[in-house]
Ligand binder design. Structure first.
Ligand SMILES: [Zn+2]
Ligand SMILES: [Zn+2]
Length: 265
């Protein structure tokens, strides 16, 4: 299986997951042009996509969706509530009905040889989900836009080979930064975004011997920076109540406007 962040950050998210026979995206929150360029860079094509999994309707997750889905005829998967919201966003254009596939949290479905499990996340959107994707060889997950985590989330992230996990903000940078009060409260709330510290704490519950790669993503442009997210998460792991050290794992930070390396599992 291959796992690549084409873009990740509060300005746009698009993650590629592919097996030998199946290619999907989780979110399409950058322009169609950038998505196609990214796919070309890893030797794939937009016309080969078998599906786009949408986490929720915020523009940083759907910006390129209309053009991509119509141009390539790619099926779109999302909860009914998410699909309803997307079809109301004028700038995305019309969606042919046959491309829209409603899914439900915790109801597994298949796209090609990939088995997909959507699971609920707490975020200020209609009915947002994260996705766990697996086949006979590997399991990966994309988990961003989570105000907090609980046992349910932890359970869905066990036994992964690779994970893209939100490390959205540094709490102190956010609190002392330029955002208006209401926005700070929104981000810090249970329906907002996962902080660097909480990303590290969540990881402490799901680390295991065969976890090959953790990619930190969905970083805020204003309230975080790569080195801070990386070091904060590592510190949490080093202090965690388990036999591991951060140096036991490959941890990287996804960039908002550059592809990650290709993670092959
Ligand atoms: Zn969002
Ligand atoms: Zn987002």
């Amino acid at each position: 299986m291959q796992f690549v962040s084409i873009a990740s950050g509060s300005s746009g998210n698009c993650i590629f997951v592919g097996s030998d026979t199946t290619s999907i995206l989780v979110d399409a929150g950058i322009s169609n042009k950038r998505i196609e360029q990214g796919l070309n860079e890893i030797g794939r094509k937009g016309s080969e996509l078998d599906g786009i999994m949408i986490t929720h309707e915020h523009s940083d997750h759907v910006k390129g969706l209309g053009v991509l889905a119509r141009k390539q005829g790619v099926p779109i998967y999302g909860t009914k509530e998410t699909l309803d919201e997307i079809t109301k966003i004028k700038s995305l254009g019309e969606f042919p009905r046959e491309l829209l596939h409603p899914i439900q949290p915790d109801a597994d479905f298949s796209v090609g040889d990939l088995e997909i499990r959507p699971f609920k996340i707490d975020h200020d959107a209609a009915n947002p989900v994260a996705y766990r994707i697996q086949n006979d060889h590997a399991s990966v997950a994309v988990a961003t836009d989570m105000g907090h985590y609980d046992q349910y989330i932890i359970d869905h992230l066990q036994g992964l080979d690779a994970l893209l996990l939100e490390a959205n903000h540094d709490v102190r940078m956010l609190e002392t930064g330029p955002y208006p009060y209401y926005l700070k409260q929104r981000i810090l709330s249970d329906h907002g975004h996962l902080s660097n510290d909480n990303a590290g704490r969540l990881l402490n519950h799901i680390l295991h011997d065969r976890l090959k790669q953790v990619v930190l993503g969905h970083l805020s442009r204003e309230n975080n920076y790569e080195e801070l997210a990386y070091q904060t998460v590592r510190l949490e792991i080093d202090q965690g109540d388990h036999p591991y050290k951060a140096s036991d794992f490959r941890i990287s930070v996804a960039k908002r406007d550059q592809m990650s390396e290709i993670i092959t599992i």
